[in-house]
Design a protein around this ligand. Sequence first.
Ligand SMILES: O=C(O)CCC(=O)C(=O)O
Ligand SMILES: [Fe+2]
Length: 305
Amino acid sequence: MTISVTRDFALSEDELALLPTDEEVEAYARNGWYLTRKLFTDDEVDALVAASERFYAGERSRTLPARPPRLAYWQPEHGPVQRHNDYVHYEHDDIARILRKPIVGAVAARLAQADEIRVFQSTLIYKPPIAGEPSNVVPWHFDRHYWQTCTSDDMLTAFIPFHDCGVDMGTITMVEGSHRWREIGADDTTTRHFADRDRSDLERMLEDNAAHNQAEVRKVPMLIPKGHMSFHHCRTYHGSGANVSAHPRRAISFHLQPGGNEYRQFHLSTGDAVTYNHDVLVRRTEDGRPDYADPEFCPVLWRNA
Ligand SMILES: O=C(O)CCC(=O)C(=O)O
Ligand SMILES: [Fe+2]
């Protein structure tokens, strides 16, 4: 039997049992992260591996109509560094079909306490199994810094590995409760992606922010079994280490926005306007702003009845 929410947004009874409990929603609000039950079958996860290999070999359902200014886009000529490819939910339908399973959006809606969840971005990630590869290390950051043109403070990310993912692979690691910290005098440089930043700067920024909040830095590595995923709040500090295992660490970061999120103008202290890659791709709202509800790039993933 299916509990019908709307025609498109429905969960089976088995899936209803996969939603976070009230206690788990409270723990997410307190900790800034949540580890899900098994949301994808082994077959679905294996299909993500196969589809991502076809993607890396050049397969696309469509390509972006314009090249945004700060697009992460690994290509074979970049060699054995950490691979990041944005907009995979747009460029590859076999990946998108699995990612967009309603249960993922329904879990996000519970955590964010939102009636609607839309896709914001998806990044296909591959850490090659090279212990000393410097690009595999993801320095401490929180995602809200990259989304200053968004009005919502409740955006969130699902980190979805394509296999059991533990510390040896360099799994994502959360700084517990850091989404509740107040930030020290916001510094313009935080809008710059971690790949463009000095790592020791970011380590220091984490320590300084913790001290400012009289908080301890408690780092919690997410031990994620195949088919499960972790969620983090857009202000939760996170990062990840080297892949010292014998296998590539494969994953998608699936960035999600609550229904109410919209574009806003945001300026640096220099007066320069901040932009997000969507701003050269999505349609405009009636008042001329980039539309973060454009169904081509930011489709609805879940809507409560
Ligand atoms: O790949 C990682 O370990 C971190 C990914 C990340 O920064 C994110 O999911 O927001
Ligand atoms: Fe992140």
